[in-house]
Design a protein around this ligand. Structure first.
Ligand code: PMP
Length: 359
C-alpha cells in the first residue's frame, strides 16, 4: 500500500440488524410503484451485449431539462460519491490543496487524501456555521485548488448562507464544489450562483430525495468546460444502462418525489420537537437528519442503549469536534416514535440519578 494511505481508516457506517435503521440518511419511503414497473419494463429492452451509452445523453438531457441547463452542464456518475471522487481526481492530486470546513462530510477529505492532495481543514464556528468573511480570509491565505462546501452540512444539518459561496468565489481562484446531497430538504441552494464561466459546481444525488440509494446515481451541475474535463478522467462506461434508465424514468415522477420531500420535512419538524423535550441539545437542520448531543450521558452509551432497543443511529460521538454527538435520520412517523421512545428510555437512568456521568 502507498505509505500515505496506510493510516486512513476508510469511511463506513455500521450495518447492524435492527428493526429501525436511522443511520444513513436514506429515504424512509420506497420509490413510486409506477417507477418500479416502468423500470422493469425498460430493463427487458436493454441490449445487454452492448456497452451502455458512454456519455449517458438521455439521462443527462432529462436532468438538464429539469434544472433548466444544458446537457453539457451535467456530469452523472455512480452516486454523488463518484462525482466527488472524479472531481478530486481531476482537480486534486499531489502538490494540490483541498480546503474543507470542519466538521463536514468525512468523505471530502478522505477522497482528497486518496488522490494525494494536501487537505487544509478550516474550522466552522461554535454553532457549526461558516462566517463568510472568515472563509474568504482562509481561502485567500490557503489558495486552494479545490474548496469543498456541504450545504445542508452532513452531519451537522445547517444550511450555509449564500454569502459563503459568494465570498469564496470572489476570493479564491480554485474550483468551488458545493455538495448539496440534501438540498431538496432545504430552502436555499448555491445553484442561484451557477454560471458557465464561473468555477462553481453543485453536486446532487438520487439517493435521498429520490428514494434510490440502491441504484447509485449522483450528478453535478457545472460549467461545460468542467464536465468535459471530468469525462477525460472518469472510467469508460462507468454508468451502467440500468442506472441510466432508473434516473431518466425517475424524472417522470417529480411530483411524487416532491410530496415525499414535503412529508420528510414536516416529519423532521415533529422529530425536532420531540427531541427538544428530552435531555439533549439539538442542532437546527435543513436536511433529512438531525444532530443531537445527550446532555448528561456519553454519546457512545446512548448509542449502545438505542441499539439494545432496536434502533440504529449514526454514532458521531468520537468524531473530531463532535464529542458525544449522535445523528438520527428522519424516518417514518412510526420509526421516529420508536426512536424517541427508545431515546427517552435510554436517557432515563440519567434522569433518575442512577447514572451520573459528568462530561
Ligand atoms: N454527499 C453527502 C454530504 C452525503 O451525506 C452523502 C451520503 N452519505 C453523499 C454525498 C453520497 O451520496 P451518494 O453517493 O449515495 O449519492
Amino acid at each position: 500500500m502507498r505509505d500515505d494511505l496506510a493510516e486512513l481508516t476508510g469511511y463506513h457506517s455500521a450495518q447492524v440488524a435492527v428493526d429501525v435503521r436511522l443511520n444513513t440518511n436514506e429515504s424512509p419511503y420506497p420509490p413510486p410503484a409506477a417507477w418500479c414497473e416502468e423500470l422493469a419494463a425498460a430493463v427487458a429492452d436493454v441490449e445487454w451485449q452492448r456497452y451502455p451509452d458512454r456519455r449517458a445523453i438521455g439521462l443527462r438531457t432529462a436532468i438538464a431539462d429539469w434544472h433548466g441547463v444544458a446537457p453539457e452542464q451535467i456530469f452523472a456518475a455512480n452516486g454523488s460519491n463518484e462525482v466527488l471522487q472524479t472531481l478530486l481526481l481531476t482537480y486534486g492530486g499531489p502538490g494540490r490543496r483541498v480546503l474543507t470546513f470542519e466538521p463536514t462530510y468525512q468523505l471530502h477529505r478522505h477522497l482528497a487524501r486518496l488522490t494525494g492532495a494536501e487537505v487544509v481543514e478550516a474550522e466552522r464556528g461554535s454553532d457549526f456555521a461558516i462566517d463568510p468573511d472568515a472563509a474568504a480570509t482562509v481561502a485567500a491565505d490557503v489558495r486552494p485548488h479545490v474548496t469543498m462546501l456541504c450545504s445542508p452540512n452532513n452531519p451537522t444539518g445547517g444550511i450555509d448562507s449564500p454569502a459563503v459561496a459568494r465570498q469564496l468565489l470572489s476570493s479564491s481562484s480554485g474550483l468551488l464544489v458545493v455538495d448539496e446531497a440534501y438540498a431538496q430538504f432545504a430552502d436555499r441552494s448555491a445553484l442561484e450562483l451557477f454560471e458557465d464561466d464561473q468555477a462553481l459546481c453543485v453536486v446532487r444525488t438520487f439517493s435521498k430525495t429520490w428514494s434510490m440509494a440502491a441504484a447509485r446515481l449522483g450528478y453535478l451541475i457545472g460549467p461545460s468546460w468542467l464536465v468535459e474535463r471530468l469525462e477525460q478522467v472518469v472510467l469508460p462506461y462507468h454508468l451502467d444502462a440500468v442506472t441510466q434508465l432508473a434516473g431518466t424514468l425517475a424524472l417522470r415522477h417529480v411530483d411524487e418525489m416532491n410530496q415525499r420531500v414535503e412529508r420528510i420535512v414536516a416529519e423532521r419538524e415533529r422529530l425536532v420537537a420531540g427531541l427538544a423535550e428530552l435531555d439533549v441539545d439539538v442542532h437546527p437542520s435543513g436536511a433529512n437528519f438531525v444532530l443531537f448531543r445527550p446532555r448528561r450521558m456519553p454519546g457512545r452509551e446512548v448509542w449502545d442503549a438505542l441499539v439494545e432497543r432496536g434502533v440504529l443511529v449514526r454514532d458521531c460521538s468520537a468524531w473530531p469536534r463532535l464529542d458525544d454527538c449522535l445523528r438520527v435520520t428522519v424516518g417514518t412517523a412510526a420509526e421516529d416514535d420508536r426512536f424517541l421512545a427508545a431515546l427517552a428510555d435510554s436517557l432515563a437512568p440519567c434522569r433518575a440519578g442512577l447514572q451520573e456521568v459528568p462530561r
